[in-house]
Design a protein around this ligand. Structure first.
Ligand code: KG4
Ligand code: ZN
Length: 325
């Protein structure tokens, strides 16, 4: 069963064909990173306009690469939230138009659920119950998954998301955008030797990353000659320590069979390595390209939703603040 996935929730225009929710036949991504880099962050209006330019060529490329025609598809899966309204609208309207013209079922997919399903494209057998840490530009969630489509949100950030913290820290250090990859790079030449506050919020599974950001701001304002690489390494280590410790604690509490990592920050090498080393449970992490936004994860998730009969009507709307559970 082949599903075409479409993803336009933020600044990547993406389309992919996935077979049976696990076999990726194509994965095309038009990144807008360079366009937004000059503004130091995503400009929503620019993102929507860019999506309208890229979406058709990207879908055509994904279909061609997978060597499929419309009649080979079982359904079209599209992200309808959370994300930027204008960006989401491009993908959702294009998906609806194709479904109407080609008489195909439409499946709306939650972007965060999609991130989790990137793990189904790794070739591993997944076992429930599992704990997934979703860390992206907008979310830092610890989710208990008891079965397909069955989620309980056990922890979340109370202020900044992990990716947002990386982006803001990089801006404070003048390292550029997006923050995650540039902090990671700087950290490679730095030492973990600067004490930074770790917010444990004891007794909860929640995160908070605004305190560490304020400390960083104070530090760079007070000491203009501070070693940026050391700051980056210390900052990255502090964030990773909190993410990994809390995730393992929750996995222990809920007797998880496996621990999954998902979202753009899952591309962070230090996080991947630390979680793998410290977790007593088997850890599954998608390859780098499937951590950041892509449409293969949407097609994979769409397959399991479609199989469960969760088909959307053609009046599917975008939900910019859509929740997972
Ligand atoms: O999932 P994603 O591509 O988009 C959202 O759904 O938000 O995540 C983007 C976030 C950005 O904040 C970016 O800085 C972060 O993921 N990111 C990283 C790395 N690569 C991307 N954070 C840390 N280390 C990385 N290597
Ligand atoms: Zn994302």
């Amino acid at each position: 069963m082949k599903i075409l996935g479409i993803e336009t929730s933020c600044d990547e225009t993406a389309a992919s064909v996935v077979e049976d929710g696990t076999n990726m036949l194509s994965n095309e991504i038009a990144s807008q990173v360079e366009i937004h880099a000059r503004y130091g962050g995503i400009v929503p209006e620019v993102a929507s306009r860019q999506h309208t330019l890229s979406i058709i060529p990207i879908i055509k490329a994904a279909m061609k690469k997978a060597n499929v025609e419309w009649q080979d598809l079982a359904a079209i899966a599209v992200t309808n939230g959370p994300g930027l309204a204008g960006s989401l609208l491009t993908g959702v309207n294009v998906a609806k138009a194709i479904c109407l013209a080609q008489n195909l079922p439409l499946v709306g997919v939650n972007h965060l659920e999609g991130h989790m399903y990137a793990n189904w494209l790794t070739g591993n057998t997944l076992e429930f119950p599992l704990i997934c840490l979703i860390v992206s530009g907008g979310h830092s969630d610890i989710v208990l998954m008891k079965g397909h489509g069955d989620y309980i949100l056990l922890g979340r950030t109370r202020d900044d998301a992990a990716g947002e913290a990386f982006d803001k820290a990089a801006r404070l250090l003048g390292l550029g955008y997006p923050g995650g990859p540039v902090i990671q790079k700087a950290a490679e030449s730095g030492k973990i030797n600067i004490p930074l506050p770790k917010s444990w919020i004891k007794g909860t599974n929640d995160f908070s990353f605004s305190g560490i950001k304020s400390s960083l701001l104070r530090m760079v304002t007070e000491d203009k000659n501070i070693n940026k690489n050391d700051v980056a390494a210390s900052f990255q280590a502090a964030i990773v320590d909190v993410l990994v410790t809390k995730t393992i604690d929750v996995a222990q509490e809920y007797n998880a069979k496996q621990v999954l990592l998902a979202g753009g920050v899952a591309a962070n090498k230090h996080l991947r390595q630390t979680l793998t080393e410290r977790s007593p449970f088997p850890v599954i992490i998608p390859p780098f390209i499937l951590c950041t936004d892509n449409a293969a994860m949407i097609a994979a998730c769409g397959y399991f939703r479609f199989r469960a009969g969760k088909i959307s009507s053609l009046d599917l709307d975008v939900i910019p603040n859509m929740k997972l559970a």
